[in-house]
Design a protein around this ligand. Structure first.
Ligand SMILES: [Zn+2]
Length: 313
């Protein structure tokens, strides 16, 4: 089984089926039906987000930081004279889009030396195996998310049993710990553990200099309590509520000028992008938007926690 789920995985499964004797073809058909049932039941995310694979124009954010993601899944490229750092790998289907975005900005996909992720969920890390193969990048993941990444999603506390959300297991080359720095060619990214959404959810912080000014950048891992998340009596993740509390403390302590995140919807990608004008104010410099967003998400968490505590009484 080696970490790759038999029912998912490779597109050449379709070719294999063409040469399979009729009796043995029943099994894949049953498997396919199972996938569809699971998809309808639990994997609303994977099915209902066409924006995840919808191309978005790549653009320069500030300093050596660039947006190379899709409309729904955010990717960032930090460029340096010694090669580049890519944040998030998304779904495997996104990898060609990421590559095209990088090349369109005049950089080389093959110059990707380091691959990082926001957190170990399929929409941010399923393409990592493919990106490692294509670029030889060193894959660095926060300690508490390493097991999930290396199991291809199977050890995730919430989605590990949902076969539609599993992906190719991927070897991690460097295990990160809270506060670790990732350095390349003068760029320094700090890994802040902001757990809860996943156990190793990571918020990336860095500084960029643009037109003579230095800005603090925050790339939010995820502040969301997903539908179905158990905040009370969670056997697979007993400390989940305390971890969210830790996340709010960390997020409120980070200085933020340029507000970004794992999904464009966190920071208003679609609204802010058209406001980018040569020589004009950068719409992504939005410290008050960051504070407002965190406050709203913390409120949502407290409302959900109170609801679940009441229901458990
Ligand atoms: Zn997630």
């Amino acid at each position: 089984m080696a970490g790759i789920h038999p029912e998912l995985g490779h597109s050449n499964d379709v070719d294999d089926m063409a040469y399979t004797p009729p009796m043995r073809r029943i099994i894949p058909i049953v498997s396919l039906a199972l996938i569809l049932v699971l998809a309808a039941a639990g994997s609303v995310f994977a099915q209902a987000n066409p924006e995840w694979t919808e191309p978005f124009p790549p653009f320069h954010i500030a300093g050596n930081l660039h947006y190379v993601g899709s409309k729904g899944l955010a990717n960032y490229l930090v460029t340096t004279p010694q090669g580049n750092i890519l944040i998030n790998s998304d779904l495997e289907a996104n990898v060609p889009l990421i590559e095209a975005s990088i090349e369109k900005l005049g950089f080389k996909f093959k110059d990707t030396k380091i691959l990082l992720i926001s957190h170990a969920h399929w929409d941010h890390d399923a393409g990592s195996a493919m990106i490692k193969e294509k670029t030889g990048a060193t894959y660095m993941v926060m300690d508490a998310d390493v097991g999930v990444v290396e199991s291809g999603g199977k050890t995730d506390f919430a989605y590990g049993n949902d076969s539609a959300l599993l992906y190719r297991s991927t070897r991690v080359d460097r295990v990160l710990h809270d506060g670790d720095e990732v350095k390349l060619g003068g760029a320094v990214l700090v890994a802040h553990l902001t757990p809860g959404h996943t156990k190793g959810c990571t918020t990336w912080a860095m500084q960029v200099t643009d037109r003579g000014k230095t800005y603090n950048v925050v790339i939010l891992g995820s502040p969301n309590v997903n539908p179905g998340y158990k905040l009370v009596d969670n056997k697979a993740y007993p400390e989940i509520a305390e971890d969210y509390e830790r996340m709010w403390r960390v997020l409120k302590s980070l200085p933020c000028d340029i507000f970004l995140g794992a999904h464009g919807s966190y920071f208003g990608l679609e609204e802010k992008y058209p406001l980018m004008k040569e020589g004009g104010a950068n719409p992504f410099i939005d410290p008050s938007g960051y504070k407002k967003y965190i406050a709203q998400k913390e409120q949502d968490f407290r409302t959900e926690l109170a609801k679940q505590k009441l229901a458990a009484m």
